[in-house]
Design a protein around this ligand. Structure first.
Ligand SMILES: O=c1ccn([C@@H]2O[C@H](COP(=O)(O)OP(=O)(O)O[C@H]3O[C@H](CO)[C@@H](O)[C@H](O)[C@H]3O)[C@@H](O)[C@H]2O)c(=O)[nH]1
Ligand SMILES: [Mn+2]
Length: 732
């Protein structure tokens, strides 16, 4: 099935590209579906509702937007394209240096032990330690986080040699030691002994970090061990504090591990923050680290990872490097993006936060036209392209190594690094626009990727067999909806920016690329057709108004075909990505919840922002969960628990559709089946919404546990429902 587009025979090539088979079948499906969409609009245009022209217009607009998003999605589906890397062909030594930037922002939502675990997993990459430098940005300015990084720097001295000696995987110690079969991973007496020693040391470290967390302070003995703790001698307010830069491990052969090998560099950074000075959230943090790393190591490649995502594959960096050293195509590549994969999601991915569809289906499609979006974590950038250099096809650019060479004055670095992380440093400089990560969107990653691609750079999606990173996804409904509110708002901000793919993108991006960016950046607008289908359809139904062809009408088949085919297709796609039926069902439910909640709120936030009434921010997702909630999550029970405004729209819609369905069925029972014919599609739609909302009804009326729907949400939703019914009886 698979067609090779480039020959493996060239042994100098470090990666190859191939296209998915079966394109011909897909194109047939495409043509049939397009014919279906065309028929639907033909029907709408030739059947204008003379009694209810406004309802006709609204429902037609909804269908128009469903069709438009379907069309945008073809950017992902048209030509899925895969890459294979050959890390075994890389030169034995002299690989490019890589600076690794990790960010964290809040010790309560992102526990310091998580940060330590992520750092350790990354430090243990199978790569020359002389070439690696690690920078942790702490936007929380927390002594507890600094303490965890300090503890990690000590434990790393036995962890790194242990990993390398026994080829341990995964190299995140917390994950490694908690997995049942890790102890049987190596052979012989010496492994067993060392395993036990390292495990004890790990547990001691973990206990020190956690104890500090419980006491909310670091013990005095520990504080004396490193000068860095002095920064916290007086209280550090996360929103108002000096720059803190501490070198914890000195690379270049200065600091050694327990076996005498070089350690990589490790630096803790907490940039200056002052009230009234914009800090631009994660984008600002990454730009600050970009500058600090330029002062200290200045590697030509920069990997950035979120603190909630540990390395799961110690070879991953070598896979990424293949793209930058490939003799034929490396010069065009601006960044390499790994998929985001998540460790703790339930079997059927209750909240669809495993985002399989994005990273196991859609991103392969972007490989066909200039490569994937930048996803904010698990991506390796060419420092030059990130820092504003435009791609020039006439230049066969080599990866230029401008690393800071030779012996280093670490104390001087700290002083210099503090000046480049002051909160006024960027004043009058091109950071956030011409250079580094882009400011102005809560989805700084996609924004930055779009800008880099507009400057001519291409990216590649690199997805080795063993997952490169494993992260933490939200584990309750509210966090999920809030995360998607941030994403869809940020994405819409990109569409409305100067870099809009429809204006600035034309001529700079490929058509397929514009379609993909349109799909993502206009995510939020999905709320319009979804709300129309979930509000107008049932309200028209209880008022006896038909919005679709009768069941006996041949046009009826066009609607059922489009509805059924799109569902079967999306199910098939997910199954292809090794999903389950239930996973697809959960995903569909979450799509509706996000549509009526996150996306609706983000459209409202964007309007308020345009009017100057509110600002959008960056609400950090919590990475902690209490034990009882975790039990419910494992049982795949949806968690509501908090009286969140995010729940009101979907709860209202679930009640509205259920009520309208009952009312209509009762009327039909009284009047006779003949009255069913003209409402049959509306009954199906409301029935479908009601079935998918079963977990919401249960959470409102049946459950007794703490995760049930708060009564206030139910009451508000009932009131809104009644208002809608009343208004519709007047206006329809
Ligand atoms: O002011 C801030 C806010 C956040 N972060 C860090 O940003 C990362 C992502 O935050 P998180 O709450 O985990 O958000 P997610 O929704 O999980 O992040 C996704 O979405 C973000 C864009 O909204 C991308 O930047 C991320 O890479 C992507 O994984 C974390 O490491 C945070 O510590 C900061 O450093 N400073
Ligand atoms: Mn995250």
């Amino acid at each position: 099935m698979k067609k090779m587009t480039s020959s493996t025979a060239d042994h100098r090539r470090l990666f190859i590209t191939r296209q998915a088979g079966g394109r011909f079948l897909y194109k047939i499906y495409f043509i049939i579906f397009v014919a279906g969409i065309a028929s639907l609009f033909y029907y709408r245009l030739t059947h204008i509702h003379s009694d209810h022209p406004l309802l006709w217009l609204i429902i037609s607009l909804a269908e128009f937007w469903f069709a438009a998003t379907w069309l945008f999605q073809q950017g992902f589906r048209w030509a899925p394209t895969f890459h294979v890397e050959y890390p075994e062909r890389l030169p034995k030594d002299d690989l490019p240096a890589v600076d690794v930037l990790v960010c964290t922002a809040d010790p309560d939502r992102e526990p310091p032990s998580l940060v330590a675990n992520t750092l350790l997993s990354l430090m243990a990459y199978n790569y020359d330690a002389n070439k690696l430098a690690y920078y942790l940005s702490d936007d929380g300015g927390s002594e507890l986080t600094f303490h965890a990084v300090y503890q990690a720097s000590i434990f790393a001295k036995i962890w790194l040699p242990f990993c390398k000696k026994y080829n341990v995987e995964p190299r995140a110690p917390q994950v490694y030691f908690s997995s049942e079969n890790s102890a049987s991973g190596g052979v012989g007496q010496s492994f067993r002994q060392e395993y036990d020693t390292v495990k004890v040391k790990f547990e001691e470290m973990q206990e020190r970090i956690e104890k500090a967390g419980r006491l909310r302070k670091v013990t005095n003995e520990t504080r004396k061990e490193h000068k860095g703790f002095k920064e916290w001698d007086s209280k550090v307010d996360p929103r108002n504090h000096q720059s803190i830069v501490e070198v914890l491990l000195r690379g270049n052969g200065v600091d050694k591990d327990s076996e005498g090998n070089t350690m990589p560099t490790l630096v803790y950074v907490s940039r200056e923050k002052r009230p009234g000075q914009p800090h631009h959230f994660k984008a600002g943090a990454l730009n600050a680290m970009n500058r600090v790393s330029a002062v200290i190591s200045n590697a030509p490649l920069v990997l950035n990872v979120d603190c909630d995502m540990h390395s799961n594959n110690s070879q991953a960096l070598r896979h990424a490097v293949c793209y930058f050293l490939d003799p034929k195509e490396s010069h065009r590549i601006g960044y390499v993006q790994f998929p985001q994969s998540f460790g703790g999601v339930t079997e059927n991915d209750l909240y669809a936060n495993g985002v399989k569809r994005i990273y196991e289906i859609e991103f392969f499609g972007t490989n066909a036209h200039n490569g994937p979006m930048y996803a904010g974590t698990g991506s390796v950038h060419r420092r030059e392209s990130l820092n504003g250099r435009k791609y020039d096809p006439r230049v066969q650019l080599k990866l230029e190594d401008k690393s800071v060479p030779g012996s280093k004055n670490w104390a001087e670095f700290e002083v210099k690094a503090k000046t480049v992380t002051s909160c006024t440093y960027e004043k009058g400089k091109p950071w956030g626009d011409e250079m580094g990560l882009m400011y102005g969107s809560a989805v700084e990653d996609v924004f930055t990727g779009l800008v880099l691609q507009s400057r001519g750079w291409q990216s590649v999606f690199c997805s080795p067999e063993r997952k490169a990173f494993l992260g933490l996804a939200p584990v309750n409904t509210n966090d999920t909806l809030i995360q998607h509110k941030r994403w869809s708002t940020g994405l819409l901000e990109i569409f409305l920016s100067d870099y809009c793919p429809w204006t600035n993108g034309v001529g700079k991006l490929k058509l397929g690329q514009i379609m993909c960016y349109s799909f993502y950046t206009l995510w939020a607008l999905w709320c319009l057709p979804m709300l129309i289908y979930a509000i107008v359809t049932p309200l028209a139904m209880v008022n006896g108004i038909s919005l679709f062809p009768k069941g006996s009408d041949p046009w009826f088949r066009v609607f059922t075909f489009l509805g059924i085919a799109s569902h079967i297709f999306s199910l098939g796609e997910l199954m292809w990505a090794r999903g389950t039926f239930k996973m697809w069902w959960n995903e569909t439910r979450m799509w509706m919840l996000k549509g009526s909640s996150s996306y609706l709120f983000s459209v409202m936030v964007t309007i308020l922002k345009a009017l100057g009434i509110s600002e959008s921010g960056f609400e950090i997702t919590s990475k902690v969960i209490d034990e009882e909630a975790l039990k419910r999550y494992k049982k795949e029970m949806m968690e509501f628990a908090v009286a969140s405004p995010m729940f009101i729209p979907p709860t209202t819609l679930s009640l509205l559709n259920l009520y309208c369905l009952f009312k209509t069925v009762i009327t039909i029972a009284n009047v006779g089946l003949s009255s069913l014919d003209h409402l049959v599609l509306q009954i199906i739609i409301s029935g479908y919404i009601s079935i998918i909302s079963i977990p919401i009804y249960k959470a409102m009326f049946l459950r007794k546990d703490k995760g049930r729907m708060p009564t206030s949400v139910t009451i508000y939703s009932i009131l809104i429902c009644l208002a809608l019914l009343y208004l519709s009886s007047i206006f329809m």
